[in-house]
Design a protein around this ligand. Structure first.
Ligand code: PLP
Length: 488
């Protein structure tokens, strides 16, 4: 039987002791040693965000007429986002729980808008450069659209306008591009793609989830940032996250639409059930006011000046780390990153064990698998907090690289690699997966493997559709209800 709720409650102290105990093995959020997941603007911003978040934790944004405070937070945050991205009076928007929700809404809105204006399209398609965030493939899957993946330039990793043009069919409804792309940190040629969208009467979403907020600050610092926002005619919607490089607590993003005629199709309304009237401009219904209050608080606490200070530190950190990696013979940076997201690969060693070695020293850096001409690589999301530890990180990276080279270990035997490479999605069964997990020393359900090099080596050679099945299986095994302990 699965674990049950306890019969009598714990004391407040016991609850918090348990919370601390649970968190003992978590990634340390404030150590400046993480190059993914965490955006750390320092203890003052952290304190203010938490205070604002808890102040509005119990308010419910389900009904903005009952909580005018929440409506005001949202409208002010959206207004700031529109100004930041050069939107005119036509642009409208909503606060969402994150980049994925913003991207989902961009696609759902396009689908429903086209159902109205072009009802003859019954099998709609969206064009996605392979560098577009996975959230758009999620949207295509959820909303039953066909994702049409197109290759990007093999040297710059930027979307290729001609490949996009060639992918347009009578069923195409929307094109997506990034400013910047997560994987390589580059800005797609937004003006060229926007022109193609306009010529073909298509919607065009620019995903500024990770880059949209910081790019304008870097531009003012003298970096060459091409036009990427609503100043470009033909850009019909944008997403921008506050919970990344705007340093707001998680659960904060916006979806912006060029016109209420589009946004109308974003809104879900239900007046034909027996309960209260439901009118949701975004996906969630009941939701806490915490994230929007905290977002408003951080934006207003830092202001333009505060963000310029942070942007300058991020730029310094990026320049330093990039130069350090470029100086190492073993590594090559993929493309020419235009923001603080750097991907680098190697001809002389496998990058995956370097990640494991770095982890032993308290650095969290992210693997990216090879796909469509983008070789397997190490990804760094550089933060303003990275600046103070950039030298230490580079020194450790150099040492870990030497360790991996000296070991010269073959992580996975050639015959297993060849077997895995030859697998088709039809071959892949849950039983096969269990055998593999046993072989890799993580037989127990829910146990996280120590190092991930072997797994990444295998995933990297697999057919992406087989890897997809393997990863789904992995997650399906990770979430298992703990057993009931009779002693409790
Ligand atoms: C992070 C990210 C997303 C998805 O955002 P979440 O907040 O993780 O849901 C979408 N697009 C890009 C470019 C991103 O970096």
């Amino acid at each position: 039987m699965a674990m049950k709720m306890r019969a009598t409650g714990l004391s407040e102290d016991a609850v918090f002791e348990a919370l601390e105990e649970f968190g003992r093995n978590d990634l340390d959020v404030n150590a400046g040693g993480t190059f993914a997941y965490i955006y750390d603007a320092g203890p003052d911003v952290d304190r203010i965000a938490k205070r604002a978040y808890t102040r509005y934790l119990t308010e419910n944004a389900l009904d903005p007429t009952v909580y005018p405070s929440l409506l005001r937070f949202e409208n002010e945050i959206v207004a700031m986002a529109i100004s930041h991205l050069n939107g005119d009076a036509e642009v409208v928007g909503n606060f969402t729980s994150g980049g994925t929700e913003s991207c989902l809404l961009a696609v759902k809105t396009a689908r429903d808008y086209f159902r109205e204006i072009r009802p003859e399209i019954t099998a709609p398609e969206i064009i996605l450069p392979v560098t577009a965030h996975a959230a758009f493939q999620k949207a295509a899957q959820y909303f039953c659209l066909k994702p049409v993946l197109v290759p990007v330039d093999s040297a710059t990793f930027k979307a290729d306008p001609e490949a996009i043009r060639a992918a347009i069919t009578p069923n195409t409804i929307q094109i997506v591009a990034s400013a910047v792309s997560y994987a390589h940190g580059v800005v797609d040629p937004i003006e060229d793609i926007a022109a193609i969208a306009r010529e073909n009467d298509l919607l065009f979403h620019v995903d500024g989830c990770i880059g949209g907020f910081m790019l304008p600050f870097w531009k003012r610092l003298g970096e060459p940032v091409p036009p990427f926002d609503f100043s470009v005619p033909g850009v019909t919607s944008m997403s921008m996250d506050f919970h990344k490089y705007a340093y707001c607590p998680k659960g904060a993003s916006v979806i912006l639409q060029r016109g209420k005629h589009l946004r109308r199709h974003q809104i879900f309304t239900c007046s034909n059930w027996t309960g209260y009237t439901v009118i949701n401009p975004t996906i969630l219904s009941t939701k806490t006011g915490g994230p929007m209050a905290a977002c408003w608080a951080v934006l207003n606490y830092l202001g333009d000046e505060g963000y310029m200070r942070i942007a300058a530190r991020m730029l310094d950190a990026t320049k330093k780390i990039r130069a350090g990696i470029e100086a190492m013979d073993d590594y090559e940076i993929l493309g020419d990153p235009e923001l603080c997201l750097i991907a680098f690969t190697s001809d002389t060693l496998s990058v995956f064990p370097v990640i494991d070695e770095m982890k032993k020293r308290g650095w969290f850096i992210q693997p990216q698998l090879g796909f469509y001409g983008s070789r397997e690589n190490i990804h760094l999301s550089i933060d303003q907090a990275s600046l103070d530890r950039a030298d230490a990180m580079l020194a450790d990276l150099a040492e870990c690289t030497e360790i991996v080279k000296a070991k010269n270990e073959q992580l996975v035997p050639d015959d297993i690699k060849a077997f895995v490479k030859g697998l088709t999605p039809a071959d892949f069964t849950p039983e096969l997966f269990q055998d593999f997990m046993k072989m890799l020393g993580s037989a127990e359900s829910g146990a996280l493997p120590e190092g991930t090099s072997e797994i990444n080596e295998l995933l990297n050679v697999m057919d992406p559709d087989v890897a997809k099945k393997a990863l789904t299986e992995y997650m399906n095994e990770l979430y298992v209800p703990p057993k009931h302990n009779a002693a409790d």
